[in-house]
Design a protein around this ligand. Structure first.
Ligand SMILES: Cc1ncc(COP(=O)(O)O)c(C=O)c1O
Length: 426
């Protein structure tokens, strides 16, 4: 089954999980399409072999390294298999917790104890749990504008109100954050959570500066909200170091940090982790779904712990960094070569995404529609915003799933489409 033809829930606006921007529109696109190994889409209303710059999925060719296959066989044929198929301890499979605590401490210079970390079924599970446990229906959650579209869904599922804080090239604008939070407090509203994607942000590719992180921590302590740091792209850095995490900068106070195997191994494992104060982790361990179902995905957790034991994951991450860096470079040079001079874009230092700013005479929906007719799919900006109209002159390009030639061709076609989509300015 491909990621685009999974049967999803019954709500027509949520027919499939997607990290792209327009759930209902994309559900339509996707229900009629399949993604091939080459990252090309085929389906109703699309040119044959559509080049997909749409989904922020890992390259399908990277999903099953031989060492992961070996680890699967090893776990299934060992006496561990019955443990792996049993309910897991609520906090998660211990061997995986140990692997993660060691890696995070080594790389981030932290002193996490095992009680600071919990295995989760991907970042999605952690965000959902934190939304449920740290906010109440009608409560306010702060997010970046733009932000990850499916996080918007989760917070809305919990009937939380979203307030968005604009970003610039350094990330969330802290002055705006302070003004909004102060205003909310003066009207008797106390936001409980700030959700942020600090590194190689989805959809913009921007990395939040350290100065801004420190300022956000100061505001979290002053106004008493939890920072939820969704750091799923941290390991996919192309230029060396990544700024210190919120958790490191705040000495673990009022921060929960989330990571995932979805971007650096395989999203189908449905495996990630979160770390925070022992109290925060305990709260998640004590919650109903964890108590009822036990720790997340024990079979996958045993396999991944086995895979990680011999350093295979770290080697795989190095391979992914060079693969995606090369694609990022191809995309940036094609943008330089083909884009009209009044189009702007970000220069991500890691991750999967480039964010385009269109001139006011060009609307993202027009570009998206025309591009699809010409065989290129990409995400229009609206769905990434709490207030969709803020995205009507933006596009997100994902370079993670397309072959280099297709990235260059797709961007050349996109540049022509943008020229054609110009509306006459009044
Ligand atoms: C910022 C962000 N968070 C979370 C996810 C989903 O992660 P997971 O598969 O671990 O639930 C994505 C995937 O696109 C993402 O971009």
């Amino acid at each position: 089954m491909t990621p685009t033809d999974l049967p999803l829930g019954t709500n027509p606006s949520r027919q499939r999980r997607s990290d792209a921007a327009e759930p209902s529109q994309l559900a339509n696109d996707a229900s009629a399409s399949t993604a091939s190994q080459s990252g090309k889409l085929q389906g109703k209303g699309m040119a044959a072999n559509t080049i997909s710059l749409l989904l922020g999925h890992p390259d399908p060719a990277t999903l099953l390294p031989s060492e992961l296959r070996n680890a699967m066989q090893q776990v299934l044929s060992s006496p561990q298999s019955s443990t792996a198929l049993q309910y897991a301890p609520e906090q998660g499979t211990h061997s995986l917790i140990n692997v993660l605590v060691e890696k995070i401490n080594r790389e981030q210079g932290l002193a996490l104890q095992s009680g600071n970390l919990m295995v989760v079924a991907g970042s999605t599970h952690a965000v959902d749990m934190l939304a449920r446990l740290y906010a109440r229906p009608g409560g306010v959650v702060l997010v970046e504008a733009p932000t990850y579209v499916d996080a918007i869904h989760i917070f809305r599922d919990h009937q939380l109100e979203l307030r968005s804080i604009p970003m610039d090239e350094e990330g969330l604008i802290t002055r705006e954050l302070e003004e909004q939070v102060a205003r909310l407090h003066s009207s008797g509203t106390f936001p409980r959570i700030l959700y942020t994607i600090p590194n190689f942000h989805n959809p913009t590719g921007i990395t939040l500066s350290e100065a801004r992180r420190l300022e956000m921590i100061r505001l979290a302590h002053h106004y008493d909200f939890l920072i939820v740091e969704d750091d799923v792209y941290r390991d996919l850095s192309f230029e060396g170091t990544v700024p210190a995490s919120f958790y490191a900068l705040a000495n673990g106070k009022q921060v929960v940090s989330i990571g995932s195997f979805s971007k650096t191994l395989a999203p189908g494992l449905r495996l990630g982790w979160m770390f925070g104060s022992e109290d925060a982790i305990q709260r998640c361990i004590n919650c109903g779904t964890t108590q009822m179902g036990g720790g997340a995905n024990p079979l996958a957790a045993h396999i991944v712990a086995e895979y990680c034991r011999n350093g295979h994951w770290e080697k795989h991450i190095l391979h992914l960094r060079s693969l995606y860096k090369m694609r990022r470079d191809v995309a940036l040079s094609a943008l330089d070569q083909y884009m009209p001079s009044d189009v702007g874009w970000t220069h991500p230092a890691g991750g999967f995404f480039i964010w385009l700013r269109l001139p006011k005479s060009v609307f993202a929906q027009d570009v998206k529609r025309l591009a699809l007719q010409q065989g290129v799919s990409l995400a229009a900006g609206e769905g990434f915003f709490v207030n969709p109209s803020e995205g009507e002159h933006h596009l997100r390009l994902a370079y993670s799933c397309a072959a280099p030639n297709d990235i260059a061709t797709g961007i050349r076609i996109l540049a022509q489409v943008i020229q054609r989509a110009r509306r006459v300015e009044q």
